[in-house]
Design a protein around this ligand. Structure first.
Ligand code: ADP
Length: 486
């Protein structure tokens, strides 16, 4: 299957003001298939002129047809987009598999999730209410929830469809116009989304997609004085730069950054239920997931059994070409492969390998494959237990009791999500309160993607919340109206 078979638009163009255009500078960036290392196409390398045109088009949309639409009309358009995504779900999944190296069963899940985000926010658009506030006699006070205006949305390469769905979906539902900057390693599905927006009849300028490098198009977008809100998902370092850029224009920012999420297994849990999830919660997308459960904290009473059973699962894990839909695909890029391999090399030197999976024979040497590796008996302060690896690597850490589990779980600079496995109801509640994270899973992990569930972090995992209704609050500002009528 080649890219040409599934693309129904020209990926070398950018989408501004309802039209496909060549980038002002005329330059392109190669698209590589991570499964094979082959160049399979090219995208436009947008520059500051393109970003500027996109921001101006978005403002024009706010001042024009898009800005005048009722919430119900915006919801209907989002619903139409959702329907087109579902019609195109298989093509979108194949595009993502070829562009990002995501196994087909996972990229199909992503395209369905994109449809679901659009559907959720379509339904929410006209249910975003203000409030009335009891005040002094002779006054009526109410709040209006208004869109910020032009939203800059910068997304990473690991879940492009899901992350653009939750970002652009919520931003549009709340009445903003968007400029989307996808990652240079994973732009094709965002371009497909632009074409879907066009087909669905989104008014010109409400959705703009500018591809390009982070340090060029991304940086210009985050610094642009015409942007009123920035939503960013990606690495901590880039998040810091974006927050600093936003500060210069004093605009609000939502940051969803990395994680080193703990999966905490107590002696009394239902181990048969927990086992597949303990591994799956990190192996999905080859560990390239912000909320990957990369630390598995296990109480001493079941530690050896969990280690043995996880090791068994690891030995059956295979990494192979994305279109083969194996448990793991390749990593997204050579850069990412080098980064993850350097962590694995440190682990092999300094830690105990409990088990590892295999790279299949049909995986090309030029692809970006790494084997999944499980390290055991890891000290909580080891580099591999502290730093985000963003690859298929987990560390097993033993603990004695609840207090120690909490101390280890909360002992990194991140705080995105946590999973707790225990049958003790009191402990479930205590852990949920004391874990310093944005989302806690009790006897499950991941909650099926959680479109409806507010998601975001504390500490270096970021601030603000994506997903669910909560995201709509982030994409709006509150105006208080105080009327004196005697
Ligand atoms: P990674 O290093 O894994 O590629 P990043 O956090 O740098 O992760 O990338 C996430 C997104 O941020 C991508 O769309 C990328 O192009 C963009 N980006 C990278 N650097 C900058 C920057 N300085 N300003 C704005 N966006 C950036």
């Amino acid at each position: 299957m080649s890219l040409k078979d599934v693309l129904w638009f020209d990926p070398r163009r950018i989408f501004i003001d309802g039209e496909w255009r060549n980038a002002a500078g005329g330059q392109t960036i190669d698209v590589e298939n991570p499964s094979t290392g082959e160049v399979i196409g090219a995208i436009a390398r947008g520059s500051s002129a393109d970003v500027d045109a996109a921001v101006r088009a978005a403002q024009k949309a706010m001042d024009g047809e898009w800005g005048r639409m009722t919430a119900t009309e915006r919801g209907r358009i989002l619903m139409k987009m959702s329907a087109i995504v579902l019609e195109r779900a298989d093509d979108l999944a194949m595009i993502e598999a070829l562009d990002v190296g995501k196994p087909l069963h996972q990229s199909k899940n992503d395209s369905r999730a994109l449809a679901r985000y659009l559907e959720f926010y379509a339904g929410a658009a006209d249910k975003l209410f203000g409030t009335t506030i009891p005040y002094q006699n002779g006054f009526t006070v109410y709040t209006l929830r208004e869109p910020h205006g032009v939203a800059g949305i910068i997304i990473p390469w690991n879940y492009p469809m899901q992350i653009l769905g939750r970002g652009v979906g919520a931003a549009l539902a709340a009445g903003n116009a968007c400029v989307l900057k996808p990652a240079e390693d994973a732009s094709l599905s965002s371009l497909a989304f632009a074409e879907i927006a066009r087909e669905a009849g989104v008014p010109a300028g409400a959705v703009n997609v500018v591809t390009g490098l982070g340090t060029e198009a991304g940086a210009v977008l985050s610094e642009h004085p015409g942007i009123h809100h920035i939503s960013f998902t990606g690495s901590v370092g880039t998040g810091m730069r974006i927050q600093a850029a936003a500060a210069r224009n004093v605009v609000p920012v939502t940051l969803e950054l990395g994680g080193k999420s703990p999966h905490i297994v107590f002696d009394d849990c239902d181990l048969d239920k927990a086992m597949p999830t303990l591994v799956g919660a990190c192996m999905q997308n080859a560990g390239q997931t912000c909320s990957a459960a990369s630390r598995v904290l296990v109480q001493r009473g079941v530690y050896e059994e969990v280690k043995r059973r996880m090791a068994e699962i690891y030995r059956g894990l295979e990494a192979g070409p994305a279109v083969g839909s194996h448990a793991l695909g390749p990593l997204v890029s050579r850069k990412q492969k080098q980064l993850v391999s350097s962590f694995i090399d440190i682990g092999r030197k300094e830690l105990t390998v409990a088990a590892e999976g295999v790279i299949r024979d049909d995986a090309s040497d030029a692809g970006n494959y790494v084997p999944p590796v499980l390290f055991a008996d890891v000290s909580p302060d080891h580099k591999l237990a502290q730093e985000e690896i963003f690859g298929p690597v987990q560390v097993l850490i033993p603990f004695e009791d609840e207090d120690e589990a909490l101390k280890i779980a909360n002992g990194t600079e991140y705080g995105l999500v946590a999973g707790v496995w225990t049958k003790d109801g009191g402990r479930q509640m205590r852990m949920a309160r004391k874990l310093e994270v944005g989302q806690v899973f009790i006897n499950n992990y991941g909650a099926g993607g959680g479109i409806e569930l507010p998601f975001g972090g504390v500490g270096k995992s970021g601030h603000g919340r994506e997903k669910g209704f909560e995201a709509l609050y982030g994409f709006t500002r509150v105006k208080t109206v105080t009327a004196s009528h005697g």
